[in-house]
Design a protein around this ligand. Structure first.
Ligand code: TXA
Ligand code: MG
Length: 356
């Protein structure tokens, strides 16, 4: 299949004529990748089980991993859910449209093909103007996982989507780089106490400020014990992974950088191509060691965690391109946006963490 790429001239104010063809494809059961404020999504009509099936095929995604239904406005929610719990109303008012997904009891209108066989449905109202207008024009809720091949880092530019999806889907809407760079926060509002299933730009601190008590799915904070499953089925996969073996080093800044240097020298001596993921605060420290076979990529300043989140997946993808054998990555404080950053890095590292 030939994949058409449409460049949106002004992503803050997309024109209907730029989005019309994409909306028609969605209406008729086809696949369109589009930008959102978090990462690029791979969209299909959420009410059409057959269209949802095509998503799994294009991504090579296990079919028990449910999809998020994206809506353009509050009216879009009512047909998808059985009820709207009180906590959800508060969260909608505070954070929609935006990078927050909520899990509701599903209505009969939502096919099991979209929910991976579950009785619940994940719903999100994106704030990105391209995403929002596209959904509106399509006139249907849009099921959209991240537009990467399953197991690869989520795409934050249209080029990333092209790498993974060219030839597999009808269209890519190119709205330039996304803003946030990590996927939406997921909160399950079906139980007595709301539960965080995936950390994101709407932080745990923001959720507890609004709701008081919020639980955290243990899958977020540590590796799962055998026989225990995360509440968001997608969180069980290694996911977000670069091709190289990655180790995350956590601790006080100087100690962390020294340990990474030690590990990188050791691997270098074994003839490995070594990648190091650093920050502006430590970049010159590694560069000063002057090892020729180290590939040094900086995610930004620790003072601005938004930049770290924004660059994270792009950096992991770069290491695939330059064929690093192993990657050592600095850790971050696990608070606020750092919780989402560390969650993604931990998974990319397959839970290989060294604490110094
Ligand atoms: O920011 C985002 O959420 C992006 C953009 C495109 O909106 N989408 C995204 O989708 O990250 P995906 O499919 O890569 O991740 C969806 C996550 C998976 O971990 C999945 O298991 C979980 O949401 N999920 C979906 N429906 C669920 C449900 N009914 N119950 C529990 N978890 C659910
Ligand atoms: Mg994903």
């Amino acid at each position: 299949m030939e994949t058409k790429r449409i460049i949106i001239k002004d992503k803050t104010d997309p024109k209907d004529n730029e989005l019309m063809e994409a909306a028609e494809i969605l209406k008729h059961g086809g696949l369109v990748a589009f930008p959102t404020e978090t990462v690029y999504g791979l969209g299909a009509n959420a009410l059409n089980g057959e269209a949802a099936r095509k998503i799994y095929e294009a991504k090579g995604r296990p079919s028990d991993n449910p999809l998020i239904a994206h809506i353009a406005d509050e009216e879009g929610l009512f047909p998808l859910v059985k009820e709207i719990p009180e906590a959800a109303r508060k969260l909608m008012k505070a954070f929609w449209p935006g990078p927050l997904t909520m899990i509701f009891p599903k209505s009969d209108a939502v096919p099991y093909g979209t929910t991976g066989g579950l009785e619940t449905v994940a719903v999100r109202m994106p704030s990105d103007p391209v995403a929002n207008r596209l959904i509106k024009l399509a006139g249907v809720p849009v099921a959209a996982p991240s537009a990467n091949t399953s197991g690869r880092p989520s795409p934050t530019t249209a080029d990333h989507v092209w790498e993974d999806m060219n030839g597999k889907i009808e269209m890519i809407l190119d709205g330039g780089p996304v803003g946030i760079g990590v996927e939406s926060t997921i909160v399950d509002v079906t139980g007595e106490v709301p539960m965080l299933l995936r950390p994101g730009a709407i932080t745990m601190e923001m959720l507890t400020d609004l709701l008081g008590h919020v639980e955290i799915d243990p899958a977020i904070t540590g590796p799962m014990k055998e026989g225990v499953h995360p509440k968001a089925p997608g969180m069980k996969y290694r996911h977000y992974a670069p091709k190289a073996d990655m180790v995350l080093v956590e601790g006080e800044l100087q100690a962390m950088a020294e340990e990474i240097c030690r590990l990188a020298s050791e691997a270098g001596q074994q003839g490995k191509r070594v990648g190091i993921i650093c920050t502006e605060e430590t970049e010159s420290f590694y560069a000063g060691k002057n090892h020729e076979n180290w590939i040094l990529l900086c995610m930004g300043s620790r003072e601005k965690e938004e930049t770290i989140a924004h660059n994270l997946y792009g950096v992991l993808r770069k290491f695939d391109e330059c064929q690093a054998d192993c990657i050592y990555c600095e850790g971050f404080p696990r608070t606020e946006l750092g919780q989402a950053i560390m969650n993604r890095l931990t998974k990319a590292a397959g839970h290989k963490i060294i604490r110094v």
